[in-house]
Design a protein around this ligand. Sequence first.
Ligand code: PFF
Length: 445
Amino acid sequence: MTQTRDSFHSRIGFVLAAAGSAIGLGNIWGFPTQAANNGGGAFLFVYLLVTLLLALPALYAEIYIGNQAQKNPVAALKEACQDTLPNVGKYAGIIGLCGAMMMLSFYTIVAGWMLAHALSAFTELLGLTSISQWLAISSTERNLLFTPLFILLGAAIIHQGVNAGIEKWSARLMPLLLVMLIGLIIYILRQPGAEKGLALYLIPDFSQVTNPKLIISAMGQAFFSLSIGVGGMMVYGSYMQKGKDIGKLAISITALDTFIAFMAGLLIIPALFVAQEAGLEVFSNNELIGEGQLIFKILPELFNSMGNVGLIVSSCFFLLLSIAALTSTISSTEVPVSYLMEDKNLTRSRATWLVSFVVLCASMLLIAFFDELFGLVIRVLTTILQPLSCLFYFIVVGWLWNRGNKLRDKALQEGRKWLPIWGNYLRFVCPLLLSVVFVNVAILN
Ligand code: PFF
């Protein structure tokens, strides 16, 4: 049975879906947590540099491969390497697919925390205080309830296809998230202690910018935030008609994503210091307490300090974050789903439920061994698997592409408006830069 491929109807449809994939928990939860753990301003500086020098070209390469192949990531990479290393291409695609599953296994847990907090504020508004308190406190039982709930929600949407509903939703709701972020930033910056956080965030300590741990964290965060290295952007690129200016699209997505991450840092890092001023223990040995879960204490406390209005703000804020998480989940799930549909002939519905079931099992494993696995899976994905995949994309676009070298040459030429040495930059500089960082990862591990 041949199934017609889904597609985005317009350029803007693609940008919205890709920005929906990029903007998610990585921006609001991952970026501020990493920045606070790695010296604030120094992290921001290196993050911006890595985004520009490596993540943006990798995003370009990833979208380009998918767009030219018009196939799922496994088939696209196999085809791109056909004449030289077809099996290597195929296995690289499968490794990316495993990365997408790894991402989903922990992402759905954190998204479940968002849902729980949205509901916690809502039940408090209704006067159901004991339920609200249970929902606000992290526990295995809460994870066991909300992770499957989130997976179910995602599956229910994805099995309907590249859905116009969710595209329209994101277009309306993401600006609302930005407005809320700005409102909250204005509020927090007027609280005592905020100026210390602001200084930490905006004034880089340049003595730290060469710290390998910081560089690796910034790179992992940048790759995660742009959804690259697991095939999510490749599959979206494959749903877009050929002939678009991919350089321009990649720049728009990167700019939007980086702006939201920057704004989230402007909210959360000062908020951490406001909380510290109010007596909460926030850092121990310069690291945030509690493996990234602390912001789930700080944010509700910030909302509580605003009285009843705070409860409404809180439930809207966490609900918007849950929706942002949903649009990111969709692109990651689309990687295995498109593979199962196109290469294994499953229907969309079957493929979606099968993938969701595997994700459910994986996330249950993570919940059962949370202390051992949660941080480890994130580190392996963002600092090893995603950079390795991106290195492979550079090599494919720069060297291996054999479907008539015209395509490769076009990819290498297209960015010349932006950067005259674009072709050589993708071929030589990007793989070299990434390899240098990578050697450091190996040494540090
Ligand atoms: N970019 C998303 C975020 O920042 O939350 C996470 C993500 C989505 C990673 C989709 C990978 C992916 F394929």
